[in-house]
Every structure is written in structure tokens, then in C-alpha cells.
Design a binder for this molecule. Sequence first.
Ligand code: FBP
Length: 568
Amino acid sequence: MAKRKGSFTMTNLSPLQVERLKYQPKLPSSLASGINHLQSIEGSATQSVANQDEIKSLFKNTYGKPTVTFQTSTDSKSSELRNVGVILSGGQAPGGHNVIAGLYDALKQANPSNNLYGFLGGPSGIIEGKYVEFNDEFINDYRNTGGFDIIGSGRTKLETEEQFQSAWEVCKKLNISAVVIIGGDDSNTNAALLAEWFVAHNAGIQVIGCPKTIDGDLKNEQIEISFGFDTATKTYGELIGNIQRDANSAKKYWHFIKIMGRSASHVALEAALQTQPNITLISEEVEQRKMSLSSIIDYMTDIIVKRSEMGKNFGIAVIPEGLIEFVPELKSMIANLNDIMPSLEKDSKYSNGTDAEKIAIIENSLSSENSSVFKSLPALIKSQLLMDRDPHGNVQVSKIETEKLLISMIETKLSELKKLGKYSGKFSTQSHFFGYEGRCAFPSNFDADYCYSLGFNAFALINFGLTGYLSSVRNLTEPANDWIAGGVPLTMMMNMERRHGEMKPVIKKALVELDGPVFKKLEANREDWALNDRYLFPGAIQYFGPSSVCDITTVTLQLESQAKLASV
Ligand code: FBP
């Protein structure tokens, strides 16, 4: 067993760390009544969101289970001795430590002899048998803190027979009868596969997932929001607000701000609603309206020119991280690039070539249409497209400086307009990328409470003998006391999608819905925000003070919950 590397001491903690360690997260009233005083109320049998026959045949043992909701019980439930393992999977999201703290507290409350093991470095920890055993002192150092450093995270995919077999061996050695996987849509897809495999092999090991990701794309009818989205978007909101003040004070720069969030634009959209910048691009809209790169440039340039005519040579543009994958001609070019890269990389002429040589080879290897798109890009972007692929062999869009691509193309457009006498302003720019700044922030009170509840609730699901469920806490716009805790079968969220040329069962990713209330709010206001500065300044996340400031949820959650209420 890996030894714990020293703990924090009160002398090397910041004043905020000291205070946050004392914060007691709130629980839904059902869970607060005690882990041994719960009853589980079953809903009706469920089915997957699509491709029911295929999903059912792939998940013979775990398909169709009912949703469950926990309520307080006057009876006391005895709890058998349990050893549980926990894994943090994928990108960091604020609140992960509190999921583990909630899980630990529930497990110890159920039976002080229960043990919690943390697998190190993500899913590879359970395959390689790398783990730590938690105790009070260990957990206490991490309560209400950001980051995943308590046990680390990783992106190893848990999906093969050999990996499942190794995980089983490790669990047998530690007498682990349940594993909690804290992750996004991919990690929870793997949790569903592992749960099914364990049942099929009579392993006697339950698997429970917890919905994590700052991207906000793991949500559906049953899961209102993934944890981390609240804190991350508030952090970006603060930063954008500060930049807006600066821009409005100096009145000399256009700030182009790319915001993390992978494919979906939920993070950019939420940050925009919190701050009301002059321009917000939404990838899903670009795709649905089939907007070409030049039409995006025209849209942005038009606003820049109009503001300049009003004497405002400054502004703020918010750009979602995944934009280029949604612009039709770039999407096609990137797909072509992803296809030709594996064979090019095996060719020494390409792999030993200089950047310029590689670019020339690529231009000759792409289809003629895709090649002309590639040729039209600035040199910087061409080089970024040559960088290392992700583990699936795809271009890493987070490394493409879309904000700089847009700036450079707008500069070209504006100089053309200048020559035609249609623009006489100044276009001076600053570019930013906000992502990592928000992933490990101290969790907001919302995320601190939500995550602690998710972890506590995960143990309740284990205690009721369930497997293949996602820990679910709903009714999140109400005070924590009124939150509804329960579980949703992972298979209920699945459909079949093409991955690496094969149809695979996966949890459906939620993209921004253009007919949903959140996008509609942007759409209704963006013309006004473009020209008339309606900047909002959310400021830093507040942990202490009036509830109206400290306990607010995201605009996204509020609008979605209002729309849900209005529809019933
Ligand atoms: P998850 O989907 O695993 O939660 O990761 C989210 C994310 O932060 C994305 O927004 C971003 O594109 C990606 O991780 C960056 O990955 P990395 O941490 O490997 O740089």
C-alpha cells in the first residue's frame, strides 16, 4: 500500500483554507436523518434513452432497474461490514474531495469498522492495485478543498476484459465489495460496463457512479447538473467580469476569451449569462445553422465595426473551447486529418520532417476541399493541428488557439474594409484561455454541499445493495434540506454511438439545446449586449456572508428548473 506523503499542517494553510476546513456541508434532510435511517422508494422500471434493444442485450443483468429515492425511515437499518474503493476519473472538477468526504462519513456512520480505499492516479489505480486507505486525519485535511490531489486522477479507460479481471483481483485482495467511480459521461459508461461485468461474473462487487465534470454535459431528466460546473463557471464569470471592467476602463482592447468545456458550450454560455459580454459564440448554434468560418468572422466583424462607429474600439468576445469542431468545413477537415494522421506518422519522411515539410505533406494528403480549408488557416493554427493527438488519436481541440485564429481572420477582414473606406477604427486585441483556472478552485458552497451529498448518497445506494446506479441529488435550486437523494440506473442514460468506427453503448452527452431556456436567454439579449454595454461583474465566489450571494446556483440551473416547473 502506498504510504501517505505527509499531511498539511495548520502552519502551511492559507486563512481561507483554515476556515473552509471547518465548513460543515449541508445534506438533504433524508440523508441528514442518518445513513441507517433510510428507506428506498422504487420508481417503475426504466429503459435507455434510445436503442433499447441493443442496450438491453449488452446489459442483461443491470438493464431496466427502477430509479430509487431515499426517504427518512423510523426503523434502523443494520449495516453489514463493507470495504469500499473510490476512483477519481478524468479532468479535475471542484468538489471531488467532498464526494470522497461524504462517502467516508456515511460509510463510517453506517459501521465504524467499514473501510474506504482510494485508488491512486485514476482508473489505472484499481488495475494496478495502487491505493491508500483513508482515515479521519487524512480525510479532514481535504474537506471543502478544490483539486483531486487527495488520490489523483487519470484518463485510463476501464473497458477491457483483462482490466476488469485485474480490478476484480485487486478488490478480492482488499475484500472490497463496492467501487465508486467519480467521473464524466465516459467514466460512467465504463462504470456501467464494470457493474455489468461484475454481476455477470458473480463477483459480488457493486459499482456506483457520481456525476462529475466542469463541462456540464452530463445531465439529463434525472441529473440536473454535474458537480464542478457551478464553481468553474463562477470562477470564469469572475475573471470575465474583471476583464470587462478593465476593457471598459482602458477602452483600448478587444478581449477574445476562449472558455474550456470540450465539445459542449454550456460553460461558455453560463459564463456569458453571468457577465453579458458583447459577443458569445455557441458551437451548437454554429453547427445547427451550418455557419462557415467566414460567416462567423462576418458576424463578429459587423459588431466590431458598429461598436467602432459608436466610438468603442473595445469589447469582449467569449468563445467555447470546442468551436472549431462544429464549424462545418473545419469539422470535415479535422476528420480527414484524424484519418490520415496514423499512416502519416508511420512514414519517416513525415515524422522526421520539419513543421513546414509536414504542412506540405498534409496539404498534399488531404482531399482537395479539405486541403484548401487547411491552406487558408494561419501558420500558427496549422502547426497546432500537427501537435500530439489525444488517446483516441484525435486533434486536441483545447490546444488549438481558436481565439487567435479568429483575431487573425478578423484583422484581415478589417484591413479589407479599411481599404474600401468602410472602417476607420482601431482593433487592438488581447487573447485569453480560461480553463485550468476554474477546475481546482475551492468549491462554492453549492458544490461543497452537492458533492458531499453525492458521496454520502453513493454509500446509501451501496448500503441498499444496488449496482450500476449513478448517485443522484435533485431539486437543486431549493435549499439543501429539500434536495431529493436517490439513484438512477446508468443504463437509463445510454444510447449507441459510433466510436472508432464501431457502434458502442455510451452515456448520451448533453449539448446546448437551442430551443432550451438557457440559449433562448442569450439569443433574446445578445443584440443589446453587443452594442450597449450591459456588463455584469459577478466578483469572486463568496463563501461567507448573505445567502443571496453565497448560496446562489448557476443561471443555467435556475432557468432550466423554472422551465421544468412551468411545463408541469
Ligand atoms: P472531463 O470531461 O474528464 O471532466 O474533463 C473536462 C475537461 O476539463 C475539458 O473541459 C477539457 O477539454 C479537458 O478536460 C482538458 O483535459 P486535460 O485535463 O487532459 O488537459
